[in-house]
Design a protein around this ligand. Structure first.
Ligand code: GLU
Length: 477
């Protein structure tokens, strides 16, 4: 049996957006599931859209996420070069072959003539004008150095059908197909031509890409047929939407992989979430490691319907991955977020211990603990808590005693501080909450904070803790 060969063929136009990363991931997973090869090809023939540094971002993102390609520009392989602009000469040769066989033709039409063609719903359809030029005239004009493009000669009758593994049989009337440009006037191939030539020459037998290519694929199939080449298997993926109406798109500035990393999402969570954007495993599991994805991925699980990029769900998944980190892993990863804000002055291990199970993204760290450095006056109604049966009166009674206990604590750590508070509750003959709640409010001035009174006190240190208790007590007078 021939080995399965899939590919990811991004255009280097900026950061790798979510849709692109999903194409890479699915193509990789499908290849690996079938002991096949996954190839990276850079499609840089549209020089106008080229962005400096974008190729390196593609390499780095795939490398970081573990989507390893077996062949590609920076890793080599038997089917190179893997960068389209370096394959320029190949395309002309194949385009000429199509001209010979009547499947393509030279077109010398000026921009002016093209603009004079009738506008049908915003598009001007080429009218095959140059198809009828004699061979001699074409020769003469080429020799005279006239500017030209090469167009595909589409059949005008009949229809073209192909099978897509997700969307089923797709049929298009040939009369709907325009004589698209294969070679541009700068000698470069269009994407529409290059993708077919490259996929064939690179032995790609399975093409996985976004649904936006579903309707152009009949044109590509006509090219495969014209050359007498075997068509690949097609797997088109559903669109990724921002909401019910709008597609997620990097042109609209929607999130790229890089943006998500900067916001404090973990790569494993991002990959896990992206895998679920248009695919679900038979067992409906949601949290899946990369190895589990490799084992579970199948074409049957790809949905036809659009999927909505849900930042809330991504954050939830991210929190699960964060909770799973060892304290060392968490501390390492959290370091830049801690070191770049006021938290650098606190005990990092304590900060990490307090925050690890309480954030969904690393970006939240900075805001979640701001009360450590900001302590503005607050409403005494914060002491009201029906469940703990506390209010300002309870606080007035309990806080001086908390201060006394804390002043005498043997060791300033969570354990001892907690024991001191529990002991106080015991002595007063009240439930722990009656002491813990007012103490935490007094130390933070906030209804909700990560960590309880003793954890907060440990981080604040003795001096600041006693000072805050004094302030809170004075505020109750
Ligand atoms: N260069 C195309 C893109 O970035 C690739 C489409 C394909 O996979 O054929 O959208």
């Amino acid at each position: 049996m021939t080995q399965l060969r899939t590919r990811f063929a991004p255009s280097p136009t900026g950061y790798l957006h979510i849709g692109g990363l999903r194409s890479a991931l699915y193509s990789y997973l499908y290849a690996k599931k079938n002991n096949g090869k996954f190839i990276l090809r850079i499609e840089d023939t549209d020089q106008g859209r080229y962005v400096e540094g974008a190729v390196e971002i593609i390499y780095k993102t795939l490398h970081d996420t573990g989507i390893h390609y077996d062949e590609g520009p920076d890793v080599g392989g038997d089917y190179g070069p893997y960068i389209q602009s370096q394959r320029k000469n190949e395309y002309m040769h194949y385009a000429k072959q199509l001209v010979e066989s009547g499947h393509a033709y030279y077109c010398f039409c000026t921009e002016e003539r093209l603009q004079s063609l009738p506008d049908v719903n915003g598009a001007r359809r080429y009218d095959k004008h140059c198809l009828h030029l004699s061979k001699e005239e074409v020769e003469r004009r080429l020799n005279a150095g006239e500017k030209f493009v090469i167009r595909q000669n589409m059949p005008t009758t009949g229809n073209t059908t192909y099978h897509d593994a997700v969307y089923g049989d797709i049929t298009i009337e040939n009369s709907e197909l325009e004589d698209q440009i294969l070679i541009k006037s700068d000698g470069m191939p269009t994407y529409n031509f290059a993708n077919v030539i490259d996929d064939h020459l690179m032995g790609i037998n399975c093409v996985m890409r976004g649904i936006e290519y579903l309707s152009s694929t009949p044109k590509y199939n006509l090219l495969y047929d014209a050359f007498g080449w075997e068509r690949p298997m097609y797997i088109h993926m559903p669109p990724i939407m921002k909401d019910a109406q709008h597609k997620l798109s990097k042109r609209n500035g929607d999130a790229s992989y890089e943006d998500l990393i900067k916001k404090g999402f973990l790569k494993d969570a991002i990959i896990n979430y992206i895998a679920l954007l248009g695919w679900s495993p038979k067992d409906d599991s949601e949290k899946m490691s990369f190895d589990e994805l490799k084992a579970k991925f199948d074409i049957a699980g790809i949905n036809k319907s659009p999927s909505i990029f849900d930042p809330v769900k991504l954050a939830w998944l991210n929190s699960l991955y964060i909770k799973e980190m060892t304290p060392e892993e968490f501390a390492n990863y959290a370091t830049p977020w801690i070191d770049n804000c006021y938290l650098k002055d606190f005990d990092k291990a304590l900060v990490c211990k307090l925050i690890q199970s309480r954030i969904e993204t690393f970006e939240e760290i900075e805001d979640k603990l701001r009360f450590l450095v900001e302590f503005p006056p607050f409403e005494n109604s914060l002491y009201d808590n029906q469940k703990q049966k506390t209010n300002a009166d309870t606080a007035r009674e309990v806080l001086p005693l908390v201060k006394e206990k804390f002043s005498k604590v043997r060791k300033w750590d969570n354990e001892h501080l907690y024991q001191a508070l529990v002991k106080l509750a015991e002595e007063l003959g009240v439930k722990n909450g009656k002491v813990l709640w007012p103490a935490r409010i007094a130390l933070t001035g906030l209804a909700a904070t990560p960590g309880g009174a003793s954890e907060v006190a440990e981080l604040l240190g003795k001096k600041e803790t006693l000072h805050r208790l004094d302030v809170a007590i004075a505020q109750l007078q």
